[in-house]
Every structure is written in structure tokens, then in C-alpha cells.
Write a protein that binds this ligand. Sequence first.
Ligand code: ZN
Length: 167
Amino acid sequence: MAVYKILGENEPSLREKSKPVPKITPNIHKLLDNLAETMYDAGGVGLAAPQIGVPKRVFVVDIGEGLHELINPAIVRWSEEEEIDHEGCLSIPEKLGDVSRALAITLEGRNRAGETVTIEAEGYFARALQHETDHLDGVLFTDRAEAVYARPPESGADGEEREAEEP
Ligand code: ZN
């Protein structure tokens, strides 16, 4: 396992559409391990493969309730109800934004064993999954934000962290 450099928002690779994973190989397992280690090292709650320069549809999320590793994830249901809340990103550590997201979603993908997983998520977990899925399509939270502002210095610079919800 290894901690990777997290790419910043001006890196072109963050704007590319990532490719589906055709086969779950040992290299994909290694990618999942490296994503999780890099995310935990940075104190984040989610990290997508393009953020470490790997244009594959893979991300990890842990909002403090356990690690989720997702391969070829797709959101298959969005609640009509949306919620506006603060959002940050490990690739954009100096900014926060107010982003409207579906309050609840259903996401389908595969786990490292290749099994189909279905996640019903609400609130902050649903927000994190929507944020990471956006990364796979080259979309950043600043594209969706109704307002973007400088992160207050006291909130730290680690992005995508739980504290960003309540400044
Ligand atoms: Zn992000």
C-alpha cells in the first residue's frame, strides 16, 4: 500500500470521464488499498481514482461508519427532495461550497470480490457518494455549488471531512 499525491483541481485528469473496470484484477485490489490509505492519510471521507491520476471508475468512502470500496458504481435512484449543505474536496482544500444534493440515493456497484452491492444512503453518506460519483465523470463540487468560498483557516485544510458540514 502507498500514500499517493492527491491531484489539485487544475489537473486535466480531474476533468476526464473515467473508464469502467472490465475485470477486477489484483491491480484493482491494489488501487482500492492505495485509495483507502491515501484517503485516511489525508483525513478525508472519500477519494476517487482520478484524484490520484488513475482514470478508472473506482472510489472509496468512509464517513466514519466503515469503509466502502466501489467499482463501476452508478446511482440508480435519486430522491426528489434535495438538501443544501457545505461540501469540500481533497483536491480543492482551500475552498468550501454550498451544494444541493439529493437527500437520499440508491447506488449500485461491485465490491472487490466482484459481487454486486446495492447501497441505500441518506444525508451525509448520500452526499459523499454523489460527490465521488461526480469525480468519475470529471465533475467537481465547484461546478454544482451555489456559492463557493474560502475555507476558514480554523477548519483545517484536509477537505471532504465531516467537520465541513458545520462550520
Ligand atoms: Zn472530491
